[in-house]
Design a protein around this ligand. Structure first.
Ligand code: PLP
Length: 378
């Protein structure tokens, strides 16, 4: 099998799998329990928080474990509007966020909030001038993703923070950094954000864990109420196997970040040259900046069919939101892509384990799929 869908999820790294196994079979105490097994679990949880914080470049007290990126995004958005409810009911976000941001914003729209949806340009980037023009005295939240999950484009989040400050706006700034964490260098402080979401399974930890960064000093409300865990901010018995694995994956990911990203960047360049060279109809969509995501299109073909045919040949890539329940991708629609390019778009995404042989296999499978589908179509 050739797995080139690492923006969807990654294979768990051995260090993370080992840490999870130990947490489940040996250090299985509840961190709230007062006897040694529990106290040991609490101590480990503290260390794990510090490891995730070190990988992100923030203080341990600013990290709150969640169950996934979707939870972090929902919490950030709901919490920010709750905090700002006396200041206004205006939100700014982008039209090509992940549904974990889009859907809570749409829900708030139905509840009477006004949402300004910033559109990306043809390269897949948001303009700061558009954001500056949209800011109002009653804007309480700006949510802008750091790396777009379909295109791999980096958004101007640090510039957004400066624009908010320059406008003396009361808005909090949230960024969904799920596809950026350990792929591009940043810290929450350097970006100037108040809230930032990350997810474990995109960085070789298991599914079922993530974290929300909440800037120190921000009195932020919890999303749920319960037993007081995570300083009362995110109750529920801590998922110690997942947090152990997340911390282990973060430690490896941070230590190896330079070599991993260099390798993925080189592979992305190789894929672009090799695929576009062999298949003249193939085109790149947007101008990917992140090392691990490449969006391509085979105009005239249907990506959901292409992805299924490639899958049958053992090659995993993603049609992503390109075929979201048969509807056109909101990402490509927001970019104003022509219909035939929109329909044929698919995403290739790398991990540090991906190889040139994987790309070669994809190229051969793509050629076969194109020829088979062309014959079927004609
Ligand atoms: N945000 C982005 C940009 C993503 O790519 C994803 C997952 O694909 C999420 C949020 C949701 O993360 P999770 O799957 O951990 O809920």
């Amino acid at each position: 099998m050739i797995y080139l869908d690492n923006a969807a999820t990654t294979r768990v790294c051995p260090q993370a799998a080992q840490a999870a196994l130990e947490a489940m079979t040996e250090q299985y105490g509840n961190p709230s329990s007062r006897y040694p097994l529990g106290r040991e679990a609490a101590k480990r949880l503290k260390d794990q928080r510090s490891q995730v914080a070190a990988a992100l470049g923030c203080a341990a007290e600013e990290i709150f474990f969640t169950s996934c990126g979707t939870e972090g995004d929902n919490w950030a958005i709901r919490g920010a509007v709750e905090l700002g409810k006396r200041k206004g009911k205006h939100i700014i976000t982008t039209a090509f966020e992940h549904s974990a941001v889009l859907e809570p914003c749409k829900a708030l729209e139905r509840e009477g909030y006004e949402v300004t949806w910033l559109k990306p340009d043809k390269t897949g980037h948001i303009s700061i001038d558009d954001l500056t023009a949209a800011l109002r005295p009653d804007t309480v939240l700006v949510s802008m993703m750091l790396v777009n999950n379909e295109l791999g484009t980096i958004q101007p989040v640090a510039e957004a923070a400066r624009a908010i400050k320059a406008a003396h706006s009361p808005a909090l700034l949230h960024t969904d950094a799920v596809q950026a964490f350990l792929k591009i260098p940043f810290t929450p402080k350097a970006l100037g954000v108040d809230l930032l979401t990350i997810s474990g399974h995109k960085v070789r930890a298991p599914k079922g864990v993530g974290a929300l960064y909440i800037r120190k000093g921000l009195r932020f409300p919890p999303l749920m109420l319960g037993g007081g865990q995570e300083e009362g901010m995110r109750p529920g018995t801590e998922a110690t196997a997942q947090t152990a694995a997340f911390a282990a994956a973060c430690a490896v990911g941070k230590a190896e970040m330079n070599s991993y990203t260099t390798r993925m960047k080189e592979l992305k360049e190789y894929a672009l040259d090799s695929l576009l060279g062999a298949i003249p109809e193939l085109k790149q969509v947007g101008e990917s900046d992140a090392p691990h995501i490449l969006c391509l299109t085979l105009p005239g073909y249907k990506s959901e069919v292409l992805v299924r045919v490639l899958g049958d040949m053992g090659v995993c890539v993603s049609a992503g939101s390109a075929c979201h329940r048969g509807k056109p991708s909101h990402v490509f629609a927001a970019m104003g892509l022509p219909k035939n390019e929109m329909d044929g778009a698919f995403r290739v995404s790398f991990s540090p384990d991906s190889t040139r042989e994987d790309v070669d296999g994809l190229r051969e499978a793509l050629i076969k799929a194109r020829d088979t589908l062309f014959t079927t179509l004609s």
